[in-house]
Design a protein around this ligand. Sequence first.
Ligand SMILES: C[S@@+](CC[C@H](N)C(=O)[O-])C[C@H]1O[C@@H](n2cnc3c(N)ncnc32)[C@H](O)[C@@H]1O
Length: 263
Amino acid sequence: MNQKTVYFLHDQGEAHSQITEFLKPFYTLIDEDLSFSFEGLKTKELYAQIDMRLETTPFDFLLIQHDRQLELFDSEKRRIRIDFDSDKLNYARKVIAKDPFLRAIGQSRKRVLDVSAGLAIDSVFLSQHGHDVTAVERNPLLFSLLNHAKQTSENLKKRNIEFKFGDSSEFVKSLASKGKFDCIYFDPMFPDKAKSALPKQEMVLFRQLVGNDLDSEAVLETLLKFGSRVVVKRPAYAGPIGFKPTNAFESKLIRFDIYDNGL
Ligand SMILES: C[S@@+](CC[C@H](N)C(=O)[O-])C[C@H]1O[C@@H](n2cnc3c(N)ncnc32)[C@H](O)[C@@H]1O
């Protein structure tokens, strides 16, 4: 399989070498200091910079790091930025009546292992509701965005949430003490037709980045061997993944399948 090319434009700060070292094994990396000031740059001017780079060097993804920001673009200029502090739409969701997510995880404080971190919208929500969260993400670019956003976030300093890089199946197998987590939460990509909470362009880039999680049944099989309570998020119209749940909590669009397996 051809390695994807990532064009990494960065300032002179410390964060860039850490990100470069981390990404090197996974991508063909073109790494360059910013020759322009990002500060105060209007979106149009930023896109002109992207066009200029595209003309000389084609890339699959462009990563721009400046001060407190790390942003990801594809060559069609779709953009993903994770900002736990100012993106209220994604990271300050209100609780709905009888919130099925909170009911599925459980009311009292839990140690939750989120095995599909994604943009960490769900992980942050759980941490806001008093749970301790460890979230695992296997996509290196997405993990870099999460990690950087966590390091620069004021809000997350007050919360018990950490991000780990890797495949969750391997992560759960490697847990020395089996009772480390009260609950495992799994939210694999929904099938294509599902309506997404993300804006359309962001969703296209997100899918390009992580694919369709076609191994979700195999992952769930592993999780069920190691977790005493596993919660799986599904679109309301779709059936459970592979195995019959013990219970479920549902809202209009989403269902949380619960596997209590008495381990
Ligand atoms: C639908 S998204 C999760 C969205 C997330 N719940 C949120 O609130 O932003 C699925 C994510 O899980 C990741 N993923 C799926 N299976 C995984 C696995 N076995 N190990 C680690 N990450 C996984 C994918 O790379 C993708 O980023």
